[in-house]
Design a protein around this ligand. Structure first.
Ligand SMILES: O=C(O)CC1=NCN=C1
Ligand SMILES: [Zn+2]
Length: 415
């Protein structure tokens, strides 16, 4: 054995077929006084602390009775972007609505301008920097969207940056093409024409393996249900999985569209209708809930994720890391907001940041669980149990992050 992690107080394996739905999300199996054996970057053995004493290993890590879980899976980020939008904070404080800022040419369009100006290397360096911070927060697999180009050249630039970031950085990246993120000014009167332009990229993106999913912002003032249906059907016909930024601000019925199209996930779902909750619960589409965005946009209402799970849906949660509507890589903070504002139990939250998040990006067989044969993506936490993480909010509880069997991050003691 290469490494044995011994003296694990509480081990959450989350070793379930998944996606985990409804009341199943509350059924969290855990092992106490456990140990894990790692060999060639994979999990080779899981057992008790006593059994571990008979195992020869090149090195051991003493978990000192702490919590150990799978590496977190981040299913929804806008990782690759130029610039920043701190100047919009004042508008948010004056309660200028998100869609109004966008209409005035700010918001997404402001980041589009900055992304077009940024060089490939600047975008790559920035993405690697944010991936380092995500790793330090315990995240070991990340979904990354394009969507700040809104022209062929810049959308491809973003996707190529994400691909190279995945090759250069130890975290695993899953890419999504979000060229349909907003309508650029020159297509203001012709959103369909813009979607046709973005759809022309499908063949090249598929051929160069630049994205596995195609996503669209279905929202008032962006793309309608009909435009989204037509565009995503084209993407499905080209062999892409589909996702939808659905029911974030206005309840257009994006959740129902995600279910209708067999989307792997419907994301945001902040204002999903009763009918949408019913259809989601009866489907295989995973609801990816972004409560940090509701918080950051100063919303009084949050996704009805509690009702979604009670109705039988599979739910994942995410930071929605992006430069305008949720500027944080701290998925642990989102776990706390999910507890306090979505009223999810700690058990549901742990399913939502591991096994269900992995399934929401097509990695259910590779990430989000600790099981023999899986990649050794593991986090040792400075916490006695799994309830502690959502309970103690806003800080980083990570002690050690292991990715494919290598230690990526260890908290440094200052004393
Ligand atoms: O504002 C942004 O940059 C990201 C976003 N897209 C749709 N909702 C939020
Ligand atoms: Zn988003």
């Amino acid at each position: 054995m290469d490494i044995v992690i011994e003296n694990i107080g509480q081990l959450l394996t989350l070793d379930k077929k998944g996606p985990v739905k409804g009341s199943e999300m509350n059924d969290l199996s855990l092992l106490e006084n456990a140990a894990i054996g790692i060999k060639n970057g994979k999990i080779e053995w899981i057992g008790t602390a006593d059994e571990a004493t008979n195992i020869k290993a090149n090195s051991t890590i003493d978990a000192k009775g702490r919590l150990v879980t799978p590496g977190l899976v981040e299913p929804h980020t806008h990782l690759v972007f130029g610039g920043s939008r701190e100047q919009e904070m004042a508008l948010k404080q004056q309660d200028v609505p998100y869609l109004e800022i966008l209409k005035q040419g700010g918001g997404i369009l402001s980041t589009v301008n900055a992304t077009k100006k940024a060089s490939y290397d600047e975008l790559l360096e920035k993405a690697l920097f944010h991936l380092d911070r995500m790793a330090a927060y315990g995240i070991t697999t990340v979904e990354a969207k394009s969507g700040y180009g809104l022209d062929k050249e810049t959308e491809l630039k973003q996707l190529k940056v994400a691909k190279e970031a995945g090759e250069k950085h130890p975290l695993d990246i899953v890419s999504t093409f979000l060229g349909a993120h907003a309508i650029p000014p020159k297509y203001k009167a012709d959103p369909e024409g813009f979607l046709d332009l973005m759809a022309e990229l499908f063949d090249e993106i598929k051929a160069e393996n630049l994205a596995e999913f195609v996503d669209i912002f279905t929202e008032t003032g962006v793309f309608s249900i009909e435009q989204s249906r037509h565009y995503l059907q084209k993407a499905k016909d080209k062999g892409f999985g589909v996702k939808i930024h659905a029911d974030e601000i206005d309840p257009l019925g994006g959740t129902e569209l995600a279910v209708e199209l067999g989307a792997i996930s419907g994301d945001h779902l902040a204002v999903t209708s009763d009918e949408g909750i019913k259809q989601l619960a009866a489907s295989d589409t995973i609801g990816v809930i972004l409560p940090g965005t509701s918080f950051y946009l100063g919303k009084d209402t949050y996704s009805r994720a509690r009702e979604m799970i009670d109705a039988g849906a599979a739910i994942a949660i995410s930071t929605d890391f992006n430069p305008g509507s949720s500027v944080t890589e701290n998925l642990q903070l989102i776990m706390s907001i999910a507890a306090l504002k979505l009223k999810l139990s700690p058990e549901e939250i742990w399913h939502a940041v591991t096994v269900n998040a992995a399934h929401a990006i097509g990695r259910g067989d590779q990430a989000g669980s600790i099981a023999v044969g899986r990649n050794a993506d593991i986090v040792i936490w400075d916490a006695p149990n799994y309830m502690y993480i959502p309970y103690h909010y806003g800080v980083n509880h990570v002690n050690t992050v292991i990715k494919n069997g290598s230690v990526l991050f260890e908290r440094q003691e200052i004393r």
